[in-house]
Design a protein around this ligand. Structure first.
Ligand code: GDP
Ligand code: ZN
Length: 359
């Protein structure tokens, strides 16, 4: 429950039982009020929280309540993001169309607007090669930024997108996220290169994200430094979720004979009849994502019996409201983890790492 009369700050990072909350340019070290714990509420990086017991001299306070979240990414490791930059290198590692489409799709499913940042364009043989990818995604309504941080620094257009907003940086390891952050603020001094070492130790092994201020005089332009986001799996979904979010089909999906057509092997499928207008790489990615969603659905079904239903409305031309099916654990034991958490744990078990944060 929020208490609007109390001052509201933003949770920037967390370390063991302490939360670090920015309020009017000052970062306060806070504990959570007992009632939060009792209600099972966990303040999460990105949260807007109300503060009481503020000690200005000591820079300490207490978190009284958490304001309603507009979104949550991860498990959740970041809340209230305004957008996500999907950072993919053109080369080294080579641009991976399926991986990029996986990021873009899952971010859109989380209700967030992705911006595709293609990095290391200095490594392209010809600028035309980069333009082909740029126009492919722009046609789908995804804004694209072309970067060569090493050669050109950070373009103003990207800085402008960041201004007064909180963005998450996602993308594969080695795509240049740390280099981009260092170029935005040379005080950050994040370790770059040496991917194996980064994954073995250091900031990339911490489970909690932290919000970084790009300019020390501007507390509202923030980037989430999200360890593990390079291999983050966003909340998993079922095939109908993937179908509904794919903008490529918007002109045709309503003309398919079956309202639940997945445009794979169905007859009288308008998407299949118009394949010449859909990028082959996008349809190939779609099939991979549908397959992954089916595996997830099968995994849930194995351990589930009860089905919850609800509706999710997705914005955008040609999109439709989709039925979301949620499965619950058989013989639910309230002391145990939910089936979703179990699946999540299974998917992430390689990431179960220490809780510490470099401060
Ligand atoms: P991260 O794992 O996504 O944080 O990627 P890093 O920032 O650590 O960068 C991985 C490698 O790419 C490093 O060796 C960087 O020097 C290199 N790199 C980053 N940006 C550029 C760029 O604009 N051009 C080129 N050629 N290399 C870059
Ligand atoms: Zn169809």
């Amino acid at each position: 429950m929020s208490e609007p009369s109390l001052p509201t700050g933003r949770l920037l990072k967390r370390h063991s039982q302490f939360y670090y909350v920015e309020f009017e340019g000052i970062v306060y070290e806070c504990m959570g009020r007992g009632n939060l714990k009792k209600a099972g509420l966990e303040p999460t990086v990105g949260d807007f929280v109300t503060l009481d017991s503020i000690e200005v001299q000591a820079k300490t306070a207490r978190i009284a309540s958490i304001l309603p979240r507009k979104n949550a990414l991860g498990r959740p490791s970041v809340t209230n993001a305004d957008g996500v930059f999907v950072v993919c290198a053109f080369r080294e590692p080579s641009f991976d169309l399926t991986q990029t489409d996986r990021y873009l799709t899952h971010i859109a499913l989380n209700g967030l607007q992705p911006v595709l940042c293609i990095t290391k364009i200095d490594l392209a043989d010809s600028p035309l090669d980069v333009e082909v990818i740029k126009s492919l995604y722009e046609r789908l309504g995804v804004p694209v930024e072309l970067l060569s941080v090493k050669r050109d620094g950070v373009p103003d257009s990207l800085k402008q997108r960041m201004k007064d907003r909180m963005h998450v940086l996602a993308g594969p390891s080695g795509s240049g996220k740390s280099s981009l952050l260092n170029a935005l603020n040379n005080q950050l001094k994040l370790r770059i290169g040496d991917v194996s070492d980064k994954n073995a130790r250091g900031r990339h092994t911490t489970r909690h994200a932290s919000l970084l201020q790009i300019d020390e005089n501007d507390p509202h332009t923030l980037v989430a430094d999200t360890p593990g986001f390079s291999n983050l799996r966003f909340d998993q979904c079922i095939p109908a979720d993937i179908e509904a979010i794919f903008p490529d089909f918007s002109d045709y999906r309503n003309d398919c004979a079956f309202s639940d057509c997945l445009h794979l092997t169905e007859t009288d499928c308008s998407v299949k009849n118009n394949m010449n207008t859909i990028a082959a790489s996008r349809y190939a990615s779609y099939k991979v994502l549908i397959e992954e969603a089916r595996e997830y659905e099968a995994l849930l079904k194995k351990t589930s019996s009860k089905v919850e239903r609800g509706y999710k409305h997705l914005d955008g031309e040609g999109s439709k409201s989709i039925e979301i099916v949620r499965l619950q654990e058989k013989n639910r034991d309230p002391g145990r983890k939910t089936v979703r958490q179990k699946v999540d744990l299974w998917l992430h078990e390689e990431e179960n790492q220490d809780d510490s944060l470099d401060l």
